[in-house]
Design a protein around this ligand. Structure first.
Ligand SMILES: [Zn+2]
Length: 253
């Protein structure tokens, strides 16, 4: 279980990261022999009219209910799972496997949600590989997408992640559900505001940050947000899909 103060810290740091987010790295203009590490995590989709709804900090008690909701609406989401966060991943292996089997993007949020910017290289590698090994046991493959806890990283962190063949993903929209975990309107209004600009659908889509560890987020906000996105003409997809990255790149053996 995670105490509230830790959550508040998580949230504060993540918000800081979002506000101070560097623009998306679209790659280098000069030719390079070897692909360099990116200078930033990915914050937005590339495909216009897409919404990648992402859920952090699970698996937890509401993962199964959330999967039911996604299935009933025939949409795919992205799960940034921890190994040992709110729960231990081995105790939730069934829902993790189900998320993978039902076509959602399963991605890493590190083993136990430490701030990677404060860790040594070997500690960062351990945070990634320990969860990787659990994923290999549970779903048979290792995810290539990850989200740094607290939205926190340094250029060195990105270099290490790049060397380990991970794509680091942040978000350009934060529901701030951690601030108001039981307030449906507060989170839902973030989605409503997002869909309010008619020109927005012609622009690169959004990566929206949610925490599946909050009941209201998973079981009330998620279905309403998906329904609204559809009404407004958006396509609800995974992060990989909204970036135009084929599914074969989302995992490695
Ligand atoms: Zn988190």
């Amino acid at each position: 279980m995670v105490c509230f103060s830790r959550l508040a810290t998580v949230a504060a740091l993540f918000t800081t990261a979002l506000v101070s987010a560097a623009p998306i790295d679209h790659g280098h203009s000069e030719p390079t022999l070897e692909k360099r590490a990116p200078t930033s995590a990915i914050y937005r989709c590339k495909k216009p009219g897409t919404i990648a709804i992402t859920f952090d900090d699970g698996p937890w008690l509401y993962t199964g209910g959330l999967l039911d909701i996604l299935k009933s609406r025939n949409v795919k989401a992205t799960f940034f799972f921890n190994g040992f966060g709110w729960g231990h991943i081995d105790n939730f292996a069934t829902v993790v496997k189900r998320a993978f089997d039902e076509g959602h993007q399963v991605a890493s949020h590190t083993w136990d949600h430490k701030d990677l910017a404060l860790l040594s290289e070997s500690e960062v590698i351990a945070e990634m590989t320990q969860l990787d090994d659990a994923f290999k046991r549970i779903i048979g493959v290792r995810p290539t997408y990850m989200r740094p806890p607290f939205g926190s990283y340094t250029p060195t962190t990105l270099e290490i992640l790049h060397r380990l063949n991970y794509t680091a993903v942040s978000a350009d929209v934060d529901t701030r559900d951690w601030v108001h975990p039981t307030d449906f309107e507060a989170s839902y209004n973030v989605y409503k505001a997002l869909f309010d600009n008619p020109r927005d659908i012609t622009l690169p889509g959004h990566i929206v940050l949610n925490h599946e560890t909050h009941r209201v987020t998973s079981l009330q906000v998620a279905p309403m947000a998906i329904d609204l996105a559809k009404v407004k003409g958006y396509k609800v997809v995974t992060v990989g899909e909204c970036l135009g990255d084929p599914k074969s790149n989302w995992y490695r053996a």
